[in-house]
Design a protein around this ligand. Structure first.
Ligand code: GLN
Length: 284
């Protein structure tokens, strides 16, 4: 009988198939039933053998990863803002860039006691759950049009023991305010964008927003001011080249203090504005 390959050998083989080292490590830890943050263990034990059944599962996951499936869908989990979320093909794979939106939201809410927050198009619940975790005093409502996405988000809230309300809604249709903060990472990729070819495994409704990618950003900008408390803020994530357009939408909707923030890659990725009024967040 052949001797089983070592963990190091399995990782090298995955990389020779074109997998990024980090992706191969995440998949191998998953196959071994170890936590995602155990990469140090992997490095310290790379001379250990990978038993044949685990090797077969690993090979299959590597094949799927090489075909473009997100690692998060293959392992069923993704870390976002320090929380481990359950994730699958019913929801967008949460991006680290979206943590920029959470950082900004938390700054704005710093001096607001028991803030009322709405996260529109919550998907896995990433933003809503990160905010609820950081601000246990907040009243967080998470909406999505997709019942399947809400199941994923609800399961995450339950497993993490976080208190978030859920509602099936298209943006703010049928949702009452007022909110101190409305936040959203809506679809914003233009239909026909070449970028979509790399995203075929994710739900298209979570990605594409009309010919110019602004359809949903436009809808939210139009609805939000009517649901914001005086001094409340709307924060939106958007595409790499949409910051000026979104600032225009927020200004046209009557919001003040309109500004954009860069993501981890230095790209203006979030834009926000506030509703005029005395109460509400003091930080800009
Ligand atoms: N940022 C994602 C991407 O470009 C898209 C997320 C979205 O449409 N909200 O891969």
């Amino acid at each position: 009988m052949d001797t089983p390959p070592t963990l190091r050998c399995a990782l090298q083989q995955a990389q020779s198939q074109g997998l990024a080292r980090i992706d191969a490590q995440m998949l191998l830890l998953h196959v071994l039933g170890r936590p995602a943050n155990d990469r140090a263990w992997l490095i310290g034990h790379d001379e250990e053998p990978l038993p044949a059944p685990a090797a077969a599962v690993f090979a299959e996951l590597c094949r799927r990863r090489a075909g473009g499936e997100p690692v998060a869908y293959l392992t069923g989990r993704k870390e976002f803002y320090g929380l481990e979320l359950g994730v699958d093909a019913r929801v967008l794979d949460p991006r680290p860039d979206t943590e920029t939106l959470v950082d900004w939201a938390l700054e704005l809410l710093h001096e607001v006691p028991a803030p009322r927050i709405a996260d529109l198009g919550t998907g896995s619940g990433a933003i809503a759950l990160a905010l609820a975790h950081a601000r246990p005093d907040a009243h967080v409502l998470a909406t999505d049009r997709s019942a399947a996405a809400l199941e994923v988000a609800r399961a995450n809230a339950q497993r993490l023991g976080l208190r978030v309300g859920f509602a099936q809604a298209h943006w703010l249709d049928g949702v009452d305010g007022p909110f101190d903060l409305i936040v959203s990472n809506p679809p914003y990729i233009p239909a026909g964008d070449a970028h979509l070819r790399a995203l075929v495994h994710e739900p298209i409704d979570a990605l594409v927003a009309g010919a110019d990618g602004l359809r949903d950003l436009r809808a939210i900008a139009a609805q939000a001011p009517g649901r914001l408390a005086p001094g409340g803020w709307l924060l939106l994530e958007h595409g790499w080249d949409q910051a000026a357009a979104v600032r225009g939408l927020l200004a046209a909707a009557g919001l003040a203090d309109v500004a954009s923030r860069a993501d981890l890659g230095g790209i203006a990725r979030c834009t926000g504005g506030s509703k005029a009024g005395a109460a509400g967040p003091a930080v800009k």
